[in-house]
Ligand binder design. Sequence first.
Ligand code: COA
Length: 688
Amino acid sequence: MSSTDNANPVITRRDDGAIAILTADNPPVNATSLAVRSGLKAAVETADADPAIGAIVIACAGRTFFAGADVNEFGRPPQKPILFELCNAIEACSKPVVAAFHGTALGGGFEIALASHQRIMKADARAGMPEVLLGLTPGAGGTQRLPRLIGLPAALDLITSGRQIKAQEALKLGSIDAIAESDLLGEAIAMARAAIGKPIRRSGDLDVPAYDAAAVEEQLAAVKKKARGQTSPVEAATLVMNAVKGSTQEGIAAEREAFLRLMDTEQSKALRHIFAAERQALKIDGLDLSSAREVRHIGVVGAGIMGSGISIAMADAGYSVTVVERDEEAASKGRERIGGTYARTVKSGRIAQAVADERLARINVGHDANAFTNCDLVIEAVFDDLQVKQELFERLSGIVRDDCILATNTSYLNPNDIAAHVAHKERVVGMHFFAPANIMKLLEVVRAEHTAPEVLATAIAVGKRLGKQCVVAGVCTGFIGNRIYASYRKQCEFMLEEGATPTEIDAAMESFGLPMGPFRAFDLSGLDISWALRKRQAATRDPAARYCVIPDRLCEAGQFGQKSGAGYYNYASGKPVPDAKAADIIEQAAKEKGLPRKTFSADDIRRRLIAAMANEGGKELEEGVALRESDIDLVFTNGYGWPKWRGGPMFQARVMGLEKIVAEVREMQARDGSEFTLSSWLEAQAQS
Ligand code: COA
């Protein structure tokens, strides 16, 4: 065995007999930065020209194989060699090239593997083409080589969804040649050695396997439908189809054009903003995430919709869960609810019966709170009433261990008040899940006045293990999301008084990319819940604040939304259609206020709603309730159905232009009162 010195610091070559092993080491994730591209291309060409070498292995050091293009290079002028040139050079090599991958082979990383002549993958590794998730398409031959290797339908699926596949699936599809049993590098070297002197199979030279044209047409239509306005999956599908229209190199030229064009789009910028936001969110000044305590056993109080969703999320993540209800009848209903959810998940094919049984066995539902004595963390998910929660926490603090973390899932109450009678207040934290808690990605982790840093770190660690996007929030009514949502909701209602219809507002927001417009969403969640809240708050409401009576009048008329057959819409036909009674109520309310009715364009509606949201977000940033602008965007893209390709309300405010947004807020302030006072943060940002 010998080694050859290499001038490039990130690519090293070590020879094992006739095999040149080229190893990249570019922490943290071996992104294909310039040094990787130039070093690897030179090393492949040098080894190809070296008469002592019969075959080449490409591998990576560190935690993963190449994780794709270096996102830090995006937006800068491309520097040669471009990744597709490296891939072409690998494919053109006259000696067999084996890619040996561990961790994740993503995007450009997978493309390097596809351009190699053989691929071997560690059993726990994953591969994928996540470019569409960044608003891009593959740019280094992936749309051409993958369909030639695994066929059009599978390539379309992987490339347009961005989903990652595990080794078994990769092998079954034919995208790899072998799974490494134990010693990845050793087995890759053996593979390379066996390939010396044999014909080389280049993915780019293969014919696309025969396919069912009608089925592929259907698949393409489905991609478009699912994308709901996002362009990159549709562009990626078109590129994949080039594989049956022309040569690999023609297809690569089209890929390159699309990749560069998409890089400049608002959608890609929004998605890259979210990618960075996700990685920023857990970097919290002064907080050491490694101080998180070990949590094994979790308690949940309440087995209603929220409590059972939380319990399922916990069991799915491997925790053992003790759920306590107030009596056996409620516990039994809870068991049914949890069992029913698992049964539906099995029926839908998402998990096997055995997996469901194993998870279900980890959830113990009873009605004796003493069962919490061995818990490391107890989360309450009971009725959102201060007195109920205060009494519960006081009782719990007498039952659980002194170091057991007490978390509240309250949506609107103040965790400091909930903790009022708790011994060791430093263990109280908010964990605000979004329904259904086992599905929705967002978890607002609320730092209460006394929350100890390691308690906050533990809540985040649990959230991460559940696969949630954690966002740290400070205490205020509604925390980050619901507080902004309340401002949004008010402006939706105000626009009704001023002349817009529910249908117009919904259409404006649905064509913007929301899966459901605000009024359809209000109808779906039920108008009676916020009605009850408003009635409770009526006595303390500022009489000078603008108040819209429309939702109250709908409820008084028995129109609670979808569940009662009508709300803002009528559901008698099974589909939402404009409701005559709602229209009367709206018109009457406007008349009483003497407001002139005007016409709103879709742009007017969007600008007004984004302005209300960004302004409230600005206030949260001033108060420290939200730590950074991008956290607010994560809240809306993970908890409120905002498409990631819109980047969130703060991102959109910038896209629309902060000056315009500020002008809109000033109008709001003049028209709608002090609740909509311009945020000084927003004003300062607009001026900077
Ligand atoms: N380019 C540059 N940096 C990258 C990167 C990329 N393609 N992918 C990840 N990183 C950075 C992250 O920003 C993070 O940096 P930080 O520690 O300074 O915050 C670090 O690598 C670790 O990433 P993280 O996501 O926190 O680690 P992980 O182990 O959870 O996941 C990956 C690793 C590779 C699976 C994940 O980072 C990923 O999916 N990356 C994107 C891959 C991709 O989309 N490639 C195609 C680009 S077109």
